[in-house]
Structure formats: structure tokens, C-alpha cells
Design a protein around this ligand. Structure first.
Ligand code: FPP
Length: 245
């Protein structure tokens, strides 16, 4: 039987995407199918998050961005929102040492200030503990919405113009990109979505202009390391033309 490491070596390690972004979807449906509370789906989903982070680090992905909570998710029932925040806090506490040990630099994109203060505190501790790490950048999108990210960037740029720090002519794509939460992060070459929905759901709209998109019917809690590696292999066979021929 092939070990996980051998399976990974079949990937072309010289042609990996630098940045993989993931829309983790299907926790609720996974639970419903098993006649369980939706929260059980999120709990199982948190285990998949651990597996994906570990695998991407092992393989040598430089940037991993996971859509963990959208601005729209605040409208879910209070008990579900609170369970998700609890899982997030637990994840930050339980994974912090592993991130440190594995040279992972942790970050958040989104409206951090809207999160419960105890979650904000764990985020800050994890950021502080992993700040100088260089092995992989793990970004969680939390209270994240791409349109509001772009509006915020435009407001900041307009403020700079108003202050006389920037001329209108100097505003270009790089300036806008530098005002997004993802400033300094390369655009994802690969976007993965689980649970079969053909939607972007307000995720990284600017950044995915040329991303390859992989949608799998697998529900997030059932997503495996083998499937992740298969998606990466499929990505390596795609012909990326960026509008050229
Ligand atoms: C989508 O499932 C998933 C979410 C809204 C949240 C993602 C959260 C996790 C994977 C677990 C906790 C995260 C961390 C980082 C520990 P859904 O509820 O929209 O599923 P459905 O579309 O089947 O209802």
C-alpha cells in the first residue's frame, strides 16, 4: 500500500499553486443526512479544516485561505453562530502549538472587530505566536464579504486622495489590491468549493479573476486528503492562458 507521502510525491512539486483558497460548504447537509444537529456538521467540518491545513503544509502550499464565516452567516440562528464561534475559539487554542511547530503564520481576513472579544483575543494570541513563521500562511476568512472588502478599500483610497497623499491618476490595480485584506498575498491560482454549489458566495471576487475553479460534490466533512491531492493533480493538467491563446 502506498503511504500518504508516496501518494503526495506523485504531484509535480515544482508546479504547485502558491495560493489555494477554499469555500468549505456542506456541513449542514452532512448533518441533516445523518439526522444530526447542524452543529455536529460544523464539528466534523473543523476536523476537515485540521486535515487540510496539515496536508497543505506537508505538500508545500505557501498560502491557504479558508472561508470559515461570511458576513451573511451572521443571519443564521443565534445558537448556530455561537457554536461556530465556539469551534473557532477551540480551533485557535488547540492548533496554536502545531502552527508554531510547523512554521505556519496565521492571519485573518474580514471584519475581525465584529467577532466576539474572546475570539478576537485568541486570534491575536495566535497571530503573535506565529508572526515570524514562514512555512505557510494560513488565512481564515471570518466575517468576510468581498464586496464590503472592496468598499472598505475604496473608502481608504478616497481618504488618501482627500488628504492629498495620493493623486487620482495614481490609482491602479496594484493600489486597489494593496488596500484589500489580502494585501501582499498573491492571488489564488486555485479555488476549491465543496458540496457541489456553482457559486462564489461573495468570496475573494477581486482576487479570483484568473483562478482555476474546482467544484466537488463531496460535503466538507467528508472531504479527504486523497481528494485534495487529486484536485491538485487535476489543476496541474489545466491549461492556464490568462486571456491569451
Ligand atoms: C458551510 O456549511 C460552512 C460554514 C458556514 C462554516 C465553515 C465552518 C467550519 C468548516 C467549521 C469551523 C471552522 C474552523 C476554522 C474551526 P453550511 O452550514 O453552509 O452547510 P449547508 O450549505 O449544507 O447548510
Amino acid at each position: 500500500m502506498k503511504s500518504d507521502a508516496m501518494q503526495a510525491t506523485e504531484l509535480d512539486m515544482t508546479a504547485l499553486p502558491a495560493h489555494v483558497a477554499v469555500i468549505m460548504d456542506g456541513n449542514g447537509r452532512w448533518a441533516q443526512k445523518k439526522l444530526l444537529n447542524r452543529v455536529k456538521g460544523h464539528e466534523k467540518g473543523a476536523d476537515t479544516v485540521r486535515m487540510v491545513v496539515r496536508t497543505c503544509r506537508e505538500i508545500g502550499i505557501s498560502f491557504l485561505t479558508l472561508y470559515a464565516f461570511s458576513t451573511e452567516n451572521w443571519q443564521r440562528p443565534r445558537a448556530e453562530v455561537s457554536a461556530l464561534m465556539g469551534l473557532l475559539k477551540k480551533f485557535l487554542i488547540s492548533e496554536r502549538q502545531e502552527m508554531v511547530a510547523n512554521n505556519i503564520c496565521f492571519g485573518v481576513i474580514g471584519q475581525r472587530e465584529r467577532l466576539p472579544v474572546e475570539v478576537q483575543a485568541e486570534i491575536q494570541r495566535t497571530r503573535d505566536a506565529t508572526r515570524t513563521n514562514t512555512g505557510m500562511h494560513l488565512n481564515l476568512a471570518l466575517s468576510y464579504g468581498s464586496r464590503s472588502e472592496i468598499v472598505r478599500a475604496v473608502q481608504n483610497i478616497a481618504q488618501q486622495v482627500q488628504n492629498g497623499e495620493l493623486s487620482v491618476d495614481a490609482i491602479d490595480e496594484d493600489v486597489l489590491a494593496r488596500h484589500l485584506y489580502t494585501a501582499g498575498v498573491p492571488d489564488p491560482e486555485l479555488l476549491i468549493r465543496t458540496s457541489g454549489e456553482m457559486r462564489i458566495s461573495n468570496f475573494l471576487l477581486w482576487q479570483i479573476a484568473y483562478s482555476e475553479i474546482a467544484v466537488t460534490d463531496t460535503l466538507w466533512p467528508d472531504f479527504t486528503k486523497a481528494e485534495l491531492i487529486q484536485i491538485l493533480k487535476d489543476y496541474q493538467h489545466r491549461d492556464r492562458r490568462f486571456g491569451r491563446i
